[in-house]
Design a protein around this ligand. Structure first.
Ligand SMILES: [Zn+2]
Length: 243
């Protein structure tokens, strides 16, 4: 199992390039996926798309267009026409900073929006898909007549304007269970995990999360809710973008 080194990094913006080397390859449907001796790339998961980036040495440049985690962390470097890679040598790996920063802003905004929906309407986040241009969050609300788009947008933007620090820590599960700022159902997390990587937006929200985030809410900018639609009884899909 490859170490997910992005988990050790906070804030998740402006990631530095690093030296690594290819230790294994796998070809799936013509595309070559490589495992690196170490990697800080974010693999797709938890509603957040994977990092993109470059892997280079004197021999050439490979473009990383997807990263997935399974037993190993694999980086897709595209179709190389079955050319065998020369592994073992050091390579410079760099994460696409603009893409990462945008996803970290979008993702931290999702924490604020989920917290605001909980506070305002007892809304429970049941899914999300972070995007570069728009992000959607599915919210369960027993009484949908309570939902108000303007107050939701306002509360998120107020938290952004308050320039609240966003921090990362490791917490014991038992320390989180009775904290009202923990809005997710900890019962849904794997039972064997006792220590959780937790993202705290001070005084607003505490959430176990493996994604990438900004260091302060002011970096998000401003959000705008563009669309709200029904996803069935007691369920709304809220779509927002960064202004
Ligand atoms: Zn998160």
């Amino acid at each position: 199992m490859s170490d997910l080194l992005h988990l050790t990094q906070h804030p998740g913006t402006n990631p530095k390039s690093f030296i690594s080397s290819i230790c294994a390859t796998e070809i799936v449907d013509g595309d070559t996926w490589v495992e690196l001796t170490e990697s800080y790339f974010y693999p797709s998961g938890g509603g957040q798309p994977a990092d993109h980036g470059l892997l280079e040495n004197e021999g050439g440049v490979f473009s990383i267009q997807n990263v997935k985690k399974g037993k190993r962390l694999l980086h897709n470097i595209g179709n190389l026409d079955n050319k065998i890679l020369d592994f073992g040598g050091p390579m410079t790996a760099s994460i696409d900073i603009d893409r990462r920063n945008l996803l970290s802003r979008m993702h931290t905004a999702q924490h604020l929006l989920s917290a605001a929906a909980d506070e305002l309407f007892s809304g429970n986040t049941i899914g999300n898909q972070i995007g570069l241009e728009k992000t959607r969050i599915d919210i369960g609300i027993e009484d949908r007549s309570k939902f108000d788009k303007e107050s939701l947008e306002q509360l998120v933007n107020d938290s952004i304007e308050q320039q609240i620090p966003v921090t990362m820590s490791q917490e014991k599960r038992t320390n989180l269970t009775s904290n009202p700022l923990v809005r997710v159902n900890l019962e849904l997390l794997p039972k064997n995990v006792d220590e959780l990587r937790v993202i705290t937006i001070q005084g607003r929200d505490i959430c176990p999360c493996a994604g990438t985030h900004v260091a302060n809410t002011k970096e998000i900018g401003e959000i705008q809710i563009n669309k709200v639609k029904s996803k069935g009884a007691g369920k709304l899909r809220v779509e927002y973008s960064l202004v």
